[in-house]
Design a protein around this ligand. Sequence first.
Ligand SMILES: Cc1cc2nc3c(=O)[nH]c(=O)nc-3n(C[C@H](O)[C@H](O)[C@H](O)COP(=O)(O)OP(=O)(O)OC[C@H]3O[C@@H](n4cnc5c(N)ncnc54)[C@H](O)[C@@H]3O)c2cc1C
Length: 406
Amino acid sequence: MKRAASVGPARKILITGASVAGNALAWWLAKRGFDVTVVERHPHFREGGQNIDVRGAGREVLKKMGLEQAVADSGTGETGVRFVDADDKTVAQFDVDELGADGPTAELEILRGDLARIFYDACGEGVTFRFDDTIEAVAETGNGINVRFKSAAREEFDLVVVAEGVGSATRELVFPGENKPRWLDVTMGYFTIPKAVGDGRLCRIFTAGEGRSIWLRPDNKGTTRAILTVQKESDGDDRLTREEQVSFLRERFAGVDWEADRVLRGLETTDDLYFDVLRQVKMERWSKGRVVLTGDAAWCATPIAGIGTTLAIVGAYVLAGELSRSPDIQEALKRYEETLRPYVEKGQNVPKFAPKMLQPQTLLGVAVQRSVLRIVDTPGIKQLVTKLFVSSTDDFESPVYDHVSA
Ligand SMILES: Cc1cc2nc3c(=O)[nH]c(=O)nc-3n(C[C@H](O)[C@H](O)[C@H](O)COP(=O)(O)OP(=O)(O)OC[C@H]3O[C@@H](n4cnc5c(N)ncnc54)[C@H](O)[C@@H]3O)c2cc1C
């Protein structure tokens, strides 16, 4: 990999994207004495998003930040997963108590907006946030990187960190054509619907054949989080307009049993549909000169890997640690990538057959799935099934950096 000549220490850093990765990184950099600005394209702090989980090494980083309890207190309270049939009878159940951190429900389950908000609030005065703006152009100068924003502002930084999520425009601007996405042949719609009597503390999953499943998950807001999943090739689903996304889900789930009608009614009135056509980001390098990628923009593993949020949090810790440890930006970025890449690759190791097994195409496939689930719903065998949900639960040994006071 060809690298730019070494440059001096980074002090003034621009982060683009104020979600989980960007806000966690801003917290760490500010604590380590950097001058940090975060630019976010949304007009204000972006609430919303559904259930995400923090596992293993991510939890350890939260502990170091002094935020583990705050995250636990804001959790969704989900206690496990129950696979159901059309009559809502239990096919198999996996409780968090039984499987601990490795199960389909993690010990720390939280809504995306709540987690990003915890980091955002914790940054306090130490970080400048600018909403409703994006990067339009970057140009390296001898001593820094000049950034032109959509708002017409121009400013020079020592380093730009791109934390814009899977569809990052700045990644495409700086690294054109370098992302070789791995499509997982799954399209998902996440949205909030009114809570009903049957919605308890368990996530309920119903598989309907033709590659479809419906998930209903509890939250801590008095509502229910619905997920509609369709296992199929992407066929340009990522280019659908909002209206087309709603029609897509409506048509696919029309006439499905169980609670599909109720979920589709909720879809008509929801204001927070998050539509995701699952693809992993595959970059051969995460940095170029004074621009570095982090979080989903660098290595999106997709929600079915169950580790994206953990990687975003651990990535923030390592990037800030390396930047503060090394006086040379290029050296720091090299170490950041060397430290994280094996962990990320493990996290991205989601077999393509996993979504196919979770969302069978035929009714016979659904029947087989239920029989298998009944068998695995026995002590000892349960651990095996968790591999369908979580790509890698092995702990990452976080490097130790100078202590910062949380
Ligand atoms: C609104 C929303 C809802 C989500 N809902 C779910 C969910 O239900 N389930 C799930 O598993 N995952 C969800 N995710 C993804 C999840 O948050 C990430 O997989 C993970 O937490 C890693 O976060 P990240 O910070 O790298 O990326 P993201 O959380 O995707 O955040 C990227 C941030 O960058 C901002 N941004 C994008 N482009 C630009 C730009 N050009 N300039 C400036 N800012 C930009 C976005 O507005 C966003 O705030 C959601 C993400 C978002 C943004």
